[in-house]
Ligand binder design. Structure first.
Ligand SMILES: [Zn+2]
Ligand SMILES: [Zn+2]
Ligand SMILES: [Zn+2]
Ligand SMILES: [Zn+2]
Length: 404
C-alpha cells in the first residue's frame, strides 16, 4: 500500500495519505474517530499541538493546507488522492487485457478528462465489460442519486447501489484491483456526508471489501475498526454490527491472526444464529469464517462437523453458483485432504469436490477470477496427494500379496 501512496505527494506527508484518517498525520498515533486535534482550516488531524506545529513548519502543511481545505477537508482530499492512485494501479494491471479496446460507456480508449486507461475485473469476456473506473463510478453515482432524489423503492436503491461493486453486464462482483479502485470511488463520493448518513456508512464497507479483495489487509483492518467504532457510537442495529465483525474476522484470517479470528467468528456465528437462525446468509457467512479459522488452526474435526451442517444449507439457500457456497465446499475439500487421518476415500472425495467447484467457478466467474486460481492450486495439491496415496496403497497391496 505504501508504494501506492506516493503518487504526486511530498514524502513528508505520506502518513496522512494512508487510509481513512484515524491517525495523527505526523506520528501516526491512533486517534480513533474523535480524539486529538484538528487543523482549524482543513481538518487534518493530530495527536496534539506539538505534532501540528511540526507539520506546519517542517511537514509541508503550510503549502498544502489551502488545497486540502479547497478539496473539502482532509478526509475528502485523502480519498481523492487514494482514488487516483488506485485507478492508476488498476488500469496498469489491466493494460494487457484491455489493449486496443474501448470503454463500453464513453466509447473511448483513454478517458477524456482523467486520461486513465481501461479496466476489467468481472466475468465479462471477449470485448465485453471493458470500461474506465471513472465511467463506472460516474454511472453508479448518477443512478443512485436519481433513486435517492425520487425516493424510489428500497429494492431499486439497493440494485443501483450494487453498481459500486457489481458489473451490470455479467452481474458478477468486481474483483481485485478493480473492486479496490471502485471502493475508493464510492468512499470519495459519500465521505463528505454527515457521519450517520446511510450511504456514507455503506460506502465504508464497500471500501473495506475492495481493499480486502486487493490484498491490503492492514489497511482494511483500520477501515473496519473505524467502521465498527462508528456503528457502535451511532447505536446501529445488532445485525449491522455483527456484519462488520464478520468482515473483521475475515481480515484476521487474511492477516494470519487465527486465534483472534476464531474468537471473533465463533461469537459472530452464534450471534447471527440467535438473531436470524442457522440458515440465514449472515449465519452461513459467519460459519464460513468460523470453519476457515478452525482449518487454519488445524482443528479439522471441528471444521468438518461445522461444514457438514452448513454446506447443505448453503447449497440449498444460496445455490450452487454462489461464491460463499463454492468457498465453503473448497474449504471442506481442503480440510479433507490436509487432515493427517484422511482415508483414501476422503482424499478422493476432496479431489472430486475440487474438480466440481473449480468447474463451476470457472464457468460463473471466468478464468481470470482469483477464486479460480485458488481452486486450481488446491486441486493440483489434492491430485498429487491422491496419486501418492494410491501409489502407497498399491505398494501395500502387492506386498501383502507377495507375503501370501
Ligand atoms: Zn502526533
Ligand atoms: Zn490544515
Ligand atoms: Zn469510459
Ligand atoms: Zn462484467
Amino acid at each position: 500500500m505504501q508504494a501506492l501512496c506516493i503518487v504526486g505527494l511530498p514524502p513528508s506527508d505520506l502518513t496522512i495519505y494512508k487510509m481513512i484518517l484515524t491517525q495523527c498525520a505526523v506520528c501516526a498515533t491512533e486517534l480513533g474517530l474523535s480524539l486529538g486535534k484538528k487543523c482549524g482550516r482543513c481538518s487534518t488531524r493530530y495527536c496534539g499541538a506539538a505534532c501540528q506545529v511540526q507539520h506546519w513548519k517542517e511537514g509541508g502543511h503550510d503549502q498544502l493546507c489551502k488545497a486540502i481545505k479547497k478539496a473539502g477537508g482532509a478526509e475528502q482530499y485523502n480519498a481523492n488522492k487514494m482514488y487516483e492512485a488506485h485507478v492508476a494501479v488498476a488500469a496498469e494491471e489491466c493494460a494487457e487485457d484491455t489493449k486496443g479496446q474501448t470503454c463500453y460507456i464513453c466509447t473511448q480508449a483513454v478517458h477524456w478528462k482523467t486520461q486513465e486507461g481501461l479496466v476489467r475485473g468481472c466475468a465479462c469476456r471477449g470485448t465485453a465489460g471493458l470500461a474506465h473506473v471513472s465511467c463506472l463510478a460516474e454511472q453508479a453515482k448518477i443512478l443512485f442519486a436519481e433513486a435517492e432524489e425520487n425516493n424510489l423503492d428500497v429494492e431499486v436503491k439497493i440494485e443501483r447501489w450494487n453498481r459500486w461493486d457489481t458489473c451490470s453486464l455479467c452481474e458478477q462482483m468486481y474483483h481485485s484491483v478493480v473492486r479496490c479502485a471502485l471502493g475508493w470511488a464510492c468512499w470519495k463520493t459519500y465521505v463528505g456526508r454527515p457521519e450517520g448518513d446511510g450511504p456514507r456508512c455503506v460506502a465504508m464497507s464497500v471500501l473495506g471489501s475492495g481493499l480486502h479483495d486487493a490484498g491490503h489487509y492492514e489497511d482494511v483492518l483500520s477501515v473496519q475498526e473505524a467502521e465498527l467504532a462508528m456503528k457502535r457510537r451511532l447505536g446501529d442495529t445488532e445485525y449491522n454490527i455483527l456484519a462488520v465483525q464478520g468482515n473483521i474476522a475475515r481480515t484476521y484470517i487474511s492477516l494470519g491472526r487465527h486465534e483472534d479470528a476464531l474468537r471473533m467468528s465463533r461469537d459472530m456465528y452464534s450471534g447471527f444464529v440467535k438473531l436470524r437462525g442457522e440458515e440465514h446468509e449472515g449465519s452461513l457467512g459467519a460459519a464460513c469464517n468460523y470453519a476457515s479459522s478452525l482449518f487454519k488452526l488445524e482443528r479439522f474435526d471441528e471444521a468438518k462437523s461445522l461444514m457438514h451442517k452448513t454446506i447443505p444449507a448453503a447449497r440449498r439457500i444460496l445455490g450452487e453458483n454462489n461464491d460463499l457456497t463454492l468457498r465453503m465446499r473448497w474449504l471442506y475439500a481442503m480440510t479433507l485432504h490436509r487432515d493427517d487421518d484422511a482415508t483414501l476415500d476422503d482424499v478422493r472425495e476432496a479431489v472430486e469436490t475440487l474438480e466440481e467447484t473449480e468447474r463451476i467457478a470457472r464457468r460463473v466467474f471466468g478464468g481470470a477470477h482469483p477464486l479460480v486460481a485458488d481452486f486450481e492450486r488446491t486441486l493440483r495439491d489434492a491430485r498429487a496427494a491422491l496419486r501418492a496415496r494410491e501409489t502407497l496403497a498399491e505398494a501395500m497391496a502387492s506386498t501383502t500379496l507377495g507375503d501370501a
